[in-house]
Write a protein that binds this ligand. Structure first.
Ligand code: XMP
Length: 514
């Protein structure tokens, strides 16, 4: 059963994705598409409303993005945000003018009129502005609905046609009541039902997967990360043992991780799971290698070869499942948008040789990361998996600086387990830190234990907070916690004599050390 949909047209704003996410948080399905794809997207989704995002252009720029005719012809409500408001104004015969000064940052919006868009909101709203041009004269049929000190027409609307424009950004967290504005548009003006829930998603995904796969078999590379885990649980529920999962332990996993994946999926969920312990192959291939890019290349290639060898033992399999999520889909549609997700690609099984002909099954293609987690919870996956922090494909290889040996990996695993378990006990592993881990440095340093001079390994602790992993700040962990972790590591992990804390943000540093 298709759900009510709000289509968001992307005019290039950095926060366009956020608009679709906020609409979905309200329980209404939303998709983001390029403004120029509007005619096809409208025909495909028959949306109940359209939102025009902000964007960097000015409507008078040569070649500036325009309002596709199909938008107004659809005869459904439209909400233009920032550039979206300007493009709506320009298309309908109003006047957009360059403002004498840019309005950027917080502003107070004074709303006017008893209209559904302002339902339950106070007269004065804290909003976030980011624009140069502004509306000088609304199009015929529109009336002003709000102003700020710099924008006499900061919102406008034509209630008869259901057309609205707002100059501020309701999608960002700096507009605290912004989500109410979006909810008023989606629910009151467009009349959407807020019934897009994880449970509804799962029911529909199961029907779609069954229709796609029929009685064929589907192969999945399970990493234990959130995305592949949720795909595994979802496909298992949809097609049971027609799903065959391969889990490759490359020996570069964290303490207890391989066991936990096997326990969860094989024993608890009853998946047809093939665990492959390829640690020795990987360590042999990595012996003596210290260059980070060289390590990554070796691991990526060997991973694909190992996966392929296992898959071939299984005979003819028609489908390959992947944990592609919505940001990956948006990225590949708009290659000029930078995004951290791209970094992962080399480690995907998409690198499998051409002669293996699989049809792809990508049941999470329409979900944002936080939605994937909600679906994982609704499928009954344990918290440790659903709330796992991201872990790089090459695993501990990029955290074990210098030469990789089993002994050094064991030191790193022990230190990492102490750090992350203490963070977890302090309630700082989920939410408070986006990624937290230990790094083993290729540096020996002098220490003193008892009366003995020692000369041993150095552990660096890294903990960051970030929304998108493109930029990150180092986490301001409590001193007492760091002191406790430092002393536990030196006391409990043989060979470590020094622990340091990384206080660089990204940029200029990266999150990982290699
Ligand atoms: P950096 O270190 O570039 O990391 O700031 C950003 C995010 O990407 C992860 N990362 C990787 N993930 N393969 C992956 O699958 C890789 O080679 C890789 N390198 C970094 C990193 O853990 C962080 O979340």
């Amino acid at each position: 059963m298709p759900h009510d949909t709000i289509l968001v047209l992307d005019y290039g704003s950095q926060t366009a994705q956020l608009i679709a996410r906020r609409i979905r948080e309200i329980g209404v399905y939303s998709e983001l598409v390029s403004w120029s794809d509007a005619p096809e997207a409208i025909a495909k989704h028959t949306p109940k409303g359209i939102i025009l995002s902000g964007g960097p252009a000015s409507v008078y720029d040569p070649g500036a993005p325009t309002l596709p005719r199909a938008v107004l012809e659809a005869g459904i409500p439209v909400l233009g945000i920032c550039y979206g408001m300007q493009v709506l104004t320009h298309a309908l015969g109003g006047k957009v003018a360059a403002s004498s000064h840019r309005e950027y940052g917080p502003a107070i919006l004074h709303t006017e009129g008893e209209i559904p868009l302002w339902h339950t909101l106070p007269r004065d709203l804290d909003v976030w502005m980011s624009h140069g041009d502004r509306i000088e004269q609304p199009p015929p049929g529109f009336i002003p609905l709000a102003h700020t000190s710099n924008s006499p027409i900061a919102a406008m609307g034509d209630a008869n046609r259901g057309l609205y424009g707002i100059q501020f950004h309701p999608e960002v967290s700096h507009t605290p009541r912004g989500v109410d504005v979006l909810a008023n548009f989606a629910l009151r003006i467009c009349g959407c039902s807020p019934d897009w829930t994880p449970k509804a998603f799962i029911e529909e995904a199961i029907i779609a997967v069954r229709a796609q796969i029929g009685d064929g078999r589907v192969l999945l590379g399970l990493s234990g990360g959130v995305d592949s885990s949720v795909v595994a649980a979802l496909l298992h529920r949809a097609v049971g043992d027609q799903l065959v999962s391969i889990f490759i332990d490359h020996g570069l996993l964290r303490q207890g991780e391989a066991g936990q994946v096997i326990e969860t999926f094989q024993r608890n969920l009853g998946l047809h799971l093939i665990p492959v312990n390829a640690s020795e192959d990987f360590l042999d291939a990595l012996a003596g290698v210290t260059d980070p890019e060289h390590k990554r290349k070796i691991i990526g290639e060997l991973f694909v070869r190992t996966f392929e060898a296992e898959a071939q033992k299984l005979g003819e399999i028609g489908f390959l499942a992947q944990g592609t999520i919505y940001p990956d889909v948006i990225e590949s549609a708009a290659p000029d948008r930078p995004n951290a997700q791209r970094i992962k690609s080399h480690h995907n099984v998409a690198g499998l040789p051409e002669d293996m002909h699989f049809a792809l099954v990508e049941p999470l293609r329409t979900l944002f990361k936080d939605e994937v987690r909600k679906v994982g919870e609704a499928l009954g996956l344990p918290d440790e998996i659903v709330w796992r922090q991201p872990f790089p494909g090459p695993g501990l290889a990029v955290r074990c600086l210098g030469e990789i040996t089993w002994e050094r990996l064991e030191v790193l695993r022990a230190a990492d387990a102490i750090f992350t378990s203490e963070l977890d006990a302090a309630g700082m592993l989920r939410g408070e830190t986006s990624q937290a881990f230990a790094v083993l440095l290729p540096v020996r340093s002098v220490g003193v234990m008892g009366d003995q001079r020692t000369y041993g390994e150095t552990i660096a602790l890294r903990a960051v907070t970030t929304d998108d992993f493109m930029t990150a700040d180092w986490a301001r962990l409590p001193y007492d916690l760091l002191a406790h972790v430092g002393s536990r590591i030196v006391n409990e992990v043989a060979g470590v004599v020094r622990v340091v804390y990384d206080v660089t943000s990204k940029p200029p540093a990266t999150i990982e050390w290699e």
